[in-house]
Design a protein around this ligand. Structure first.
Ligand SMILES: NC(=O)c1ccc[n+]([C@@H]2O[C@H](COP(=O)([O-])OP(=O)(O)OC[C@H]3O[C@@H](n4cnc5c(N)ncnc54)[C@H](O)[C@@H]3O)[C@@H](O)[C@H]2O)c1
Length: 391
C-alpha cells in the first residue's frame, strides 16, 4: 500500500489461494491496512493479488517478503524463501531489481537467493539488480509505520544500490545506505536481538525484585528518569510473534556456522522461556492451597497488545505449564475468537485466579475485579486495586 500511495502499480504474488481471493475481494488480512484502503487501490486498478508467478515479468522491482521461520530443531528454515526465489526466477525480466525484505542471516541474499535466481532466470535477462532491505514493521504501532521508519539498504553493486535507494525513497521518508547486503541483514538481526536480550534482562531483574519485595515497574520508571544511557523495557510472559523469538536464533545459528557461539543471546532466549513457568507458579501461589485443580483464566493470548497474532505467543507455554500442574485453563481475548481449536470464554467464567497476560483493547477486566477474583497482572495496567498483584 505504501508503494501504491507513492504512485506505483503493485501486484502481490502469494501462493496461498484463499488469501489471494480474500484480498481481491477487498478484505485486508493485515491489521494495519484497512479494507477501504485496499478496496480503493483495487478499484483504481493499481493493486491486485495473484497466485501466478508469471506476473512478476511485468515488474521493474520485485520485493520478496515471505516468512523466515525456524524448523523443528529451532534452526533457520529458508524453504519458503527458496521456493519464492524459485517461483519468480523464470519470469524475472532484464534489468529488474530484486530485493529481499525477509529477515535472515548475513549472506542469504548473496549465497542463496542470487545463485537460485541466476540459475533459473530467462536467458535474455542478462542483468538483474539485487539488494537487501529488511522489513521494519511494528504491527499496531500508531506512530511508526512503513513510511516514517527509515529503511536500510545494502546491495551487491553500485547500480543495484542506486536503484534500490530510488525505490525505497519513493515509499519511505528515508533510505539508509549501507555498504553490503550482509550489513543490512546483520543489522536486522542486531535490532531484534537487542530487544530479546533487554527483555530477558528485565524478566530476570523482575524475579530479583519480587524476591526482594520491590515493585519492578516502579524501579524501571525510576531508572527511566535518567535522560541518557537507559531505555525502559517491561517484563512479561516472554517474547512472541514471528520476529523477536525467531531472529536471534538466526544469529546464534550463523555464529555456529562461523565456528563461534553467541552464549549471551542463548541465555537471553532461555531466560525468556522460563518466564511462563515463573508466572504460572506465582499465579498458582495466589490460589487457596486446598483447591487441588485450580481454575485459571488467562486474559489475552495474542503475543502483544492490540494485535490478534498468536504466532509464537509465550502464552501457549504458560497455558501448557498450568495444565501440567493440574489446573483447568480457559482464556479470554477480544481480538482472538479461536485459539488452539478452543473459543475465547466470557469474563464471567468461574475461576480461582486470573492472569492478565496481554492487555487488549476492549478487555473489561474490571468485571473480574468487581467479582473479587485475584489477578496476576503481567502488564502493569491495573494499579492500586484490591486482589491484583503486579509482576
Ligand atoms: N510482519 C512483521 O511485523 C515483520 C516485521 C519485520 C520483519 N518481518 C519479516 O518479514 C518477512 C515476512 O513476514 P510477514 O509477517 O509479512 O509474513 P506473513 O506470514 O504475514 O506473510 C507472508 C506471506 O507469504 C506467503 N508465502 C509463503 N511462501 C510463499 C511462496 N513461496 N511464494 C509466495 N508467497 C508465499 C504466505 O502465504 C503469506 O501470505 C519475515 O522474514 C519476517 O521476519 C516481518
Amino acid at each position: 500500500m505504501a508503494a501504491v500511495d507513492a504512485g506505483w502499480t503493485v501486484i502481490g504474488v502469494d501462493n496461498f489461494e484463499a488469501k489471494v481471493a480474500m484480498i481481491n475481494g477487498g478484505l485486508s488480512p493485515v491489521e494495519d491496512i484497512s479494507n477501504p484502503q485496499l478496496q480503493a487501490a483495487i478499484a483504481k486498478g493499481v493493486y491486485k493479488a495473484t497466485t501466478d508467478y508469471s506476473s512478476v515479468s511485468q515488474a521493474s522491482v520485485i520485493t520478496i517478503c515471505v516468512p523466515t521461520p525456524l524448523d523443528g530443531k529451532r534452526q533457520p528454515d529458508l524453504s519458503l524463501l527458496r521456493s519464492a526465489a524459485r517461483g519468480i526466477a523464470p519470469f524475472v525480466s532484464n534489468k529488474t531489481l530484486v530485493v529481499s525484505e525477509s529477515t535472515s542471516y548475513p549472506g542469504t541474499l548473496r549465497d542463496i537467493i542470487i545463485p537460485l535466481i541466476n540459475s533459473l532466470k530467462p536467458e535474455d535477462s542478462s542483468t538483474i539488480y539485487f539488494a537487501s532491505a529488511p522489513e521494519r514493521v511494528n504491527p499496531g504501532d500508531p506512530v511508526w509505520n512503513q513510511k516514517n521508519t527509515p529503511r536500510l539498504i545494502g546491495s551487491i553493486d553500485k547500480e543495484s544500490q542506486q536503484r534500490a535507494i530510488t525505490f525505497y525513497e519513493s515509499i519511505c521518508d528515508a533510505a539508509v545506505s549501507v555498504s553490503t547486503p550482509e550489513v543490512a541483514e546483520a543489522a536486522k538481526l542486531l535490532e531484534n536481538t537487542f530487544r530479546l536480550v533487554n527483555i530477558a534482562l528485565i524478566n530476570e531483574f523482575t524475579q530479583l525484585c519480587t524476591a526482594g519485595g520491590i515493585n519492578v515497574n516502579e524501579v524501571i520508571d525510576a531508572a527511566a528518569s535518567k535522560p541518557y544511557g537507559f531505555m525502559p523495557f517491561r517484563p512479561g510472559v516472554g517474547v512472541g510473534g514471528h520476529c523477536i523469538p525467531v531472529d536471534p536464533l538466526y544469529l546464534t545459528w550463523w555464529a555456529r556456522q562461523n565456528g563461534g557461539r553467541a552464549p549471551f543471546v542463548e541465555l537471553a532466549d532461555s531466560i525468556n522461556h522460563q518466564m511462563p513457568k515463573y508466572i504460572a507458579e506465582r499465579a498458582l501461589s495466589m490460589v487457596d492451597t486446598e483447591i487441588r485443580n485450580p481454575r485459571v483464566l488467562i486474559l489475552g493470548v495474542a503475543y502483544k497488545s492490540g494485535v490478534s497474532d498468536v504466532r509464537e505467543t509465550p502464552v501457549s507455554e504458560l497455558r501448557d505449564y498450568l495444565k501440567a500442574q493440574g489446573a483447568e485453563v480457559a482464556w479470554h481475548d477480544p481480538l482472538v475468537p479461536v485459539w488452539g481449536g478452543l473459543d475465547s470464554v466470557e469474563l464471567d467464567w468461574d475461576c480461582d485466579v486470573a492472569i492478565l497476560a496481554t492487555k487488549q483493547p476492549g478487555m473489561k477486566f474490571k468485571r473480574l475485579i468487581d467479582r473479587g477474583v485475584n489477578i496476576l497482572d503481567c502488564t502493569n495496567s491495573i494499579i492500586g486495586q484490591a486482589g491484583v498483584s503486579s509482576l
